[in-house]
Design a protein around this ligand. Structure first.
Ligand code: AN0
Ligand code: CP
Length: 315
């Protein structure tokens, strides 16, 4: 594997899972692969899980890790080509990326959707400059349109908790006070579509995800109907794609609570975290024995380590 920016970079879904369960069982058996190799983690946005789990995964692989918060202590970076740089941005990505690449064997990048231009976000202009100019493998730690390390960890978690080969998995939109990217739901839907699970996506009208991520999946606008017989509930807020970046609803009827969980088949509750309690999900649901948000987050080490193993093996 060269880069990891979506599910399509895995050799296959089965091989990805196999690597994941291998590194989960034997986390310290592959340190020879990372010896004298450096991973640089570059953050344009905040993070708790991704920062810690990716560093841990790289260290499990025997790598050295450097973390840079671009907005704290580094030069502000221009991302658009051709601009006259007379503002507050002292350096261009076109220099910064190959420089970082010269210090690293693998680069991890987090750069969220900026909600200024849907085209810029959906063309992944920041992530693609890394892929193009870094000269070393690039791992997406959540880009504008996808969060593949999260989706990979979600898939591993569902495999661990499912009680039948092809469970019913429901992605539900839930309210949130701020506009959030579509990366997590896009990536989750794209990943789940590669499986034989029964996937249902539910959200209020106006929150349709981009067609390239939904494929043949049609949204179910009735949340209660979507939840019926579900084995896994995956909650997430996102801002509108069609009215790009807008909040169209804060309807608290969509907050995942005992009322909706009651019609599921004792579904496990999942969320990528961070989550706003009693906006996205009630205290009672996230604290219930069916909530698997903590093991889900723990599997972020596993997905990152599996990805790094596959990258290091192809260096
Ligand atoms: C981010 C998002 O929704 O994309 C990161 C989630 C992993 N969440 C927030 O900004 C709260
Ligand atoms: N789930 C996730 O990526 O969390 P962080 O934003 O804290 O990294």
């Amino acid at each position: 594997m060269k880069h990891f920016t979506s599910v399509y970079d895995l050799p296959s879904l089965e091989m990805g899972l196999q690597e994941a369960f291998e590194v989960k069982k034997h986390p310290y058996d592959f340190q020879h692969l990372g010896k004298n190799k450096t991973m640089i983690l570059l953050f344009f946005n905040s993070s708790l899980r991704t920062r810690l789990s990716t560093q841990k995964a790289a260290e499990n692989m025997g790598m050295k890790v450097m973390v840079l918060d671009v907005n704290q202590g580094a030069w502000k970076l221009e991302t658009e080509r051709g601009v006259i740089m007379d503002g507050d941005k002292a350096e261009h990505l076109l220099e910064a990326v190959p420089v970082i690449g010269s210090y690293a064997d693998v680069i991890g990048v987090r750069s969220f959707a900026q909600f200024e231009s849907r085209d810029d976000d959906y063309n992944e202009i920041i992530l693609n400059q890394f892929v193009q100019y870094a000269g070393v493998p690039v791992v997406s730690m959540e880009a504008a349109t996808r969060h593949p390390l999260q989706s990979f960890a979600d898939h591993i978690t569902i495999e661990e908790y499912k009680k039948k080969p092809n469970p019913k998995v429901v992605l539900t939109w839930a309210p949130h006070p701020r506009a959030l990217p579509q990366a997590v739901p896009n990536s989750f839907v794209e990943w789940m579509r590669q499986t034989d699970y029964e996937l249902v996506v539910t959200h209020p009208e106006g929150y349709e995800l981009a067609p390239e991520f939904m494929g043949e999946v049609k949204p179910e606008y009735d949340q209660m109907k979507a939840f019926e017989g579900a084995d896994f509930i995956y909650a997430k807020n996102w801002a509108s794609y069609t009215h790009y970046g807008k909040i169209l609803s804060k309807d608290m009827n969509w907050t995942v609570s005992d009322r909706q969980m009651a019609v599921t088949r004792e579904a496990k509750f999942m969320h990528c975290l961070p989550v706003r309690r009693n906006m996205v999900v009630s205290d009672s649901v996230i604290e219930s024995p069916n909530s698997i948000v903590i093991p889900e987050a723990a599997n972020r080490v596993v997905s990152a380590q599996a990805v790094l193993k596959m990258i290091l093996e192809s260096l």
